[in-house]
Design a protein around this ligand. Structure first.
Ligand SMILES: Cc1cc2nc3c(=O)[nH]c(=O)nc-3n(C[C@H](O)[C@H](O)[C@H](O)COP(=O)(O)OP(=O)(O)OC[C@H]3O[C@@H](n4cnc5c(N)ncnc54)[C@H](O)[C@@H]3O)c2cc1C
Length: 467
C-alpha cells in the first residue's frame, strides 16, 4: 500500500483483515494525508478543516465496523448555522425535513413564484436512495440540472456555494450525480459528526486495526518506484529497499502512480487521458485556538448576498481577490471538548481557491480577507486568540503529496465521474488505485473510504478468481 490517506489506510486495514500480508509505506512522518492531526500547546488540531458528512452511517463508519477500529463519531443537533450576510438560520441534522427546508428557504429568500421548481429540486434530492439513482445525472453539470427545476437565482447561488464547499468544484462544472449523491446522503443519514480525538483518528484507527491484523506500517518512507515486469506490478522501491508484492495499491493519485510505475508501462492513450484529468480546486485555512467559546454550533457556513462562487473562483484564476469568499467554519471542540484545554476551543475556517502553487500569493491575500470577515462573523474572536495558524496551498499540498493544494483529489466534474472516472484497477496487472481518484462516491473523506471498500472488494474478487 502506497500512502496512508483515508483511502490507503482504510484499504490497508480491510485487506489485512482479509489475511493479506500488508505493508503500508507513507512518505510523511504521520498518517492521514489531508486528514492528519497535530498537537500544539495542549490542543489537538486537524491539519485540514474537517467534518464527516455521514459519520458512522457512511463509509467511514462502515470501514471502522468491518475492521473493528477504535473510532467513534460525536453528533450535535442542531449542527449547522447557515449565514447569508448578517442573517442566519440554525439547521438540524435532518436537513431536508420540512422545518429545515422552510428555514433554508426563508434565509436564502426564494421567490414565491419559484417555489414549485424549488420543490421539484428538493423532491429529486429526497428521491435519491441508491447510487444507481444518480447515475443518469453523472454526465450533466449541477447548473444544467438545476435549471431544469428552477431559475431561482438565490437557490442557484446557494447550490453553487455548496458545490464549492462540498466538492471544491463550481456548479457549472460539478457533476449533478456527484452533488446529488453527496448532498442527499448527507441529509438522509442525519449523522454529520466529528471523530472523538480529532479527525486524525480516522486514519490512525484504521492503521491500528491494520497492525492488529498483522500489517506493517512504515512512516517517512516514500515509494520511489513501482517495479513492473512483463506487464505486472511486482513490488515497490523506496530509497531504503525493494519490497516485492503480488498486489500494489496506490493512494498517491493516478498521475503520480503512473509516473511511479513508469509511463512506458501503459498505453499512450491511457497516459494522455490521465495527465489531462483535472483536480478539484484548492483550499486555504486558518486555525484559531481561543480561550473561550465563541460559537455555539459545530459548523457555520457563511456566504454573502450578491456573491457568486463560480465567478469569484474564475476571477481568482486571473489573480483577482474576491471580496466575499464563502467560508466553512467548523468548531470541533463543541463535539469533542477534550481536543483543547478546559474551557478553550478550536475554531477553524477554510475557503476555496485555485489549487496550483502559482496561486500562493493570491491565496495569502484571500487569507487576509478571510481574517477580516472572521472579525465580523465571530465578534470578539481577535480578543481571545491563544494561537493562530494560517495554512497556504503548500501546506495543504504537503499533506497529499500530489504537487498542488487540491482539497479533494480528482475533481468530481461532469466529464470525469461515474463511467468516466478512472477505474481502480489500472491497466497493469496487480496495480490498483485507491482514494479520491478511483471508484468511490461522496464528499471528500467519504469518497476516499468508499473507494477503499470498493477497491478491496475488487482485489478480493480478482485474487480469488486467480487462485
Ligand atoms: C482543508 C481541507 C478541508 C477539507 N474538509 C473536508 C470535510 O470537511 N469533509 C470531508 O469529507 N472532506 C474534506 N476534505 C477533503 C478530504 O480531506 C480529502 O478528499 C480526502 O482526505 C482525500 O483522501 P485520499 O485518501 O484520497 O488522499 P490523501 O489524503 O491525499 O492521501 C494521500 C496519501 O498518500 C501519500 N503519498 C503520496 N505519494 C506517496 C509516495 N510516493 N509514497 C508514500 N506515500 C505517498 C501522501 O503522503 C498521503 O498521506 C478537506 C480537505 C482539505 C485539504
Amino acid at each position: 500500500m502506497i500512502g496512508s490517506g483515508i483511502g490507503g489506510a482504510a484499504a490497508a486495514a480491510l485487506l489485512a483483515a482479509k489475511e493479506f500480508d500488508v505493508l503500508l509505506l507513507e512518505r510523511n512522518r504521520s498518517a492521514g494525508g489531508k486528514t492528519g492531526s497535530y498537537e500544539r500547546e495542549g490542543f489537538t488540531c486537524d491539519m485540514g478543516v474537517h467534518y464527516a458528512g455521514r459519520g458512522d452511517r457512511g463509509p467511514l463508519g462502515e470501514v471502522a465496523r468491518r475492521v473493528s477500529a477504535d473510532l467513534h463519531f460525536i453528533k450535535k443537533d442542531p449542527f449547522l448555522r447557515m449565514m447569508k450576510g448578517e442573517r442566519s438560520r440554525d439547521l438540524s441534522l435532518r436537513l431536508t425535513s420540512f422545518p429545515s427546508l422552510a428555514k433554508l428557504g426563508s434565509l436564502i429568500g426564494v421567490r414565491a413564484k419559484n417555489l414549485p421548481g424549488v420543490y421539484r429540486f428538493f423532491r429529486t434530492l429526497k428521491s435519491v436512495k441508491t447510487e444507481q439513482d444518480v447515475v443518469p445525472y453523472d454526465g450533466r453539470t449541477m447548473k444544467e440540472f438545476l435549471f431544469t427545476c428552477t431559475e431561482d437565482e438565490e437557490l442557484h447561488r446557494l447550490i453553487d456555494t455548496f458545490c464549492g464547499l462540498l466538492l471544491a468544484v463550481p456548479y457549472g462544472e460539478a457533476s449533478a450525480g456527484e452533488f446529488l449523491w453527496g448532498f442527499a446522503t448527507w441529509a438522509r443519514d442525519a449523522s454529520c459528526s466529528y471523530p472523538r480525538g480529532g479527525f486524525g483518528r480516522v486514519a490512525s484507527s484504521y492503521i491500528e486495526a491494520c497492525e492488529r491484523f498483522g500489517g506493517r506500517v512504515r512512516h517517512g518512507e516514500a515509494a520511489r518506484g513501482i517495479r513492473v515486469e512483463e506487464g505486472r506490478a511486482v513490488g515497490v522501491e523506496t530509497e531504503e529497499d525493494f519490497y516485492p508484492a503480488e498486489v500494489v495499491v496506490s493512494n498517491a493519485g493516478i498521475r503520480r502512480t503512473i509516473d511511479l510505475a513508469g509511463r512506458d508501462s501503459f498505453e499512450t492513450d491511457y497516459v494522455d487521458r490521465a495527465m489531462k484529468l483535472k483536480d478539484s480546486a484548492g483550499v486555504v485555512t486558518i486555525k484559531y485556538a481561543v480561550d473561550c467559546g465563541l460559537v455555539d454550533l459545530p459548523i457555520t457556513i457563511h456566504y454573502d448576498p450578491g456573491s457568486d462562487f463560480s465567478k469569484s473562483l474564475a476571477d481568482m484564476s486571473r489573480g483577482v481577490v474576491p471580496d466575499d469568499p464563502p467560508l466553512y467554519i467548523p468548531c470541533p471542540t463543541l463535539a469533542d471538548p477534550e481536543l483543547a484545554p478546559e474551557g478553550q476551543h478550536l475554531l477553524m475556517v477554510g475557503t476555496v481557491v485555485p489549487a496550483s502553487f502559482e496561486a500562493k500569493d493570491l491565496a495569502e491575500k484571500v487569507l487576509d480577507r478571510v481574517e477580516e470577515k472572521m472579525k465580523v462573523i465571530v465578534p470578539g474572536l481577535y480578543d481571545h486568540i491563544v494561537w493562530k495558524h494560517r495554512a497556504n496551498l503548500d501546506y495543504i499540498g504537503a499533506m497529499g503529496g500530489r504537487g498542488a493544494g487540491e482539497a479533494i483529489g480528482l475533481a468530481q466534474r461532469f466529464d470525469q465521474v461515474g463511467k468516466l472516472k478512472p477505474a481502480a484497477r489500472m491497466p497493469v496487472e496487480g496495480l490498483y488505485l485507491v482514494g479520491c481518484d478511483a471508484g468511490g462516491r461522496g464528499i471528500g473523506t467519504e469518497q476516499a473510504a468508499d473507494s477503499a471498500l470498493k477497491v478491496v472488494d475488487e482485489i478480493l474478487a480478482r485474487t480469488r478468481s486467480e487462485a
